[in-house]
Design a protein around this ligand. Sequence first.
Ligand code: UGA
Length: 463
Amino acid sequence: MRSILLLALLLIQSPLQSTDQQIPKITVIGTGYVGLVLGLCLAHLGHKVTCTDIEKNKIDLLNNNIVPFFEPELDTLLSSALKNNTIIFTTDIPQAIQQADVIFIAVGTPSNPSGEADLSALESVTHTITENLNAYKIICIKSTVPIGTCKQIEKLIRENQKKSYDFDIVFNPEFLREGNAVYDFLNPDRIVLGTSSKRALEIMQTIYASFKHIPFVITNHETAEMIKYAANTFLATKISFINEIAHLCEVTGAHINLVAQGIGLDPRIGPHFLSPGPGFGGSCFPKDIQGLLSQAKKYNIDLKIARACLQVNEEQKMSVVQKIITHCNNNIQDKKIAILGLAFKPNTDDIRYSPSITVIEYLLKHGAYIKTYDPQAMHNMKKLFPDIEYCSCIDDAIQDSDLIVIMTEWDEFRTVNIQKIKSLAPRACVLDTRNIIDTNTLLKYQIPYENMGNAQSYTLITQ
Ligand code: UGA
């Protein structure tokens, strides 16, 4: 992965270094996952970028060459951007707006209790931009926003401007995955630009000139806004679908990994996002599907598939709990359970909506003794569950346990020494919710196990 990324970094030349065309000055508002990756990758591509945030702590860390969260490759990009003076981090948002040609907005749009996107951060940024417009600017929204938001923001600025400066709103959704964010940014499948302005389009295409070999989807605001929601809902639906088929595999004797492969070879279906697991988590899928459902409800449209996708996902997390209960002969009290993996996916320290939370919550409530290990996410989980035992390695977590539950497919768990499991936890069963452990080896060492969808290790026949 690292070598592919480095190759990608080398292959992508800056579009601006070799040309003397006017280089747009870029400001990014919000230095979370999306904003920081965007800022650092644009700096890597040769742009001059100012990244801003209201959190002084975060800006101080970044100025001291420290990435405030774990995401592969960001540290390398940060060091070189600081060294080459291609990036500035500041809390002075008004000044950063005034000196920019293009302002990217990448602030959070979390769900409010009714499932709608909370746009308060976006509204506050809009207010600051309105106050500080001093020339023509592009306001490019990266945050996932309900359909119609760009038009509302445009109206809000026009109505509140003290002096009438021209500006354009562009919606440019982000499709990067946490844990692969830098790679995804530098290797996009497509770039979506929602705008009706030719002037804005030309400048945005200059910014993304490195990617002219890939499709640009140029459309209106509403279509671009919808593309983001539809993409995430579709991907999540694939996961819920395969999770349901996995249940059926368990009672029929079929093997889910071969089923997924057998259907994924059909190009109309494709091989991706067909891995069963403990249910999807993260800050995007659950929030965006909920957001789409509540938007549709306003128009009296019931998105049945999206609703079912979320419901299946909630049940999926509980199906892991049910498997644990069954392994413990219906008595969890005082059972020693090792939870391997807390992050909602590997290569991140993010635990938002992680299925591990549902599982730990239930086990704690029913008296289990939990030991856990995750390579990156333990500091975050400690804030939610301070009283479970956090271990510094896999061996400590599994020692003497009755059950070992693999919740996240970190590489470290894929390559776990199975013989060692037998010696450290002789009576333990393995519940592999990510289907990463070789079933033949588990059988060889007579370790009882269960996974998702009766997955079986196999040799792929290619001819
Ligand atoms: C997702 C999308 O994949 C990105 O394209 C999008 O930009 C992002 O949301 C966003 O809207 O910001 P992300 O949530 O970071 O990215 O991570 P994914 O790799 O999509 O995984 C989401 C969840 O689905 C994880 O819990 C993962 O374990 C689960 N998953 C994924 C499965 O259970 N099975 C699969 O086959 C794939």
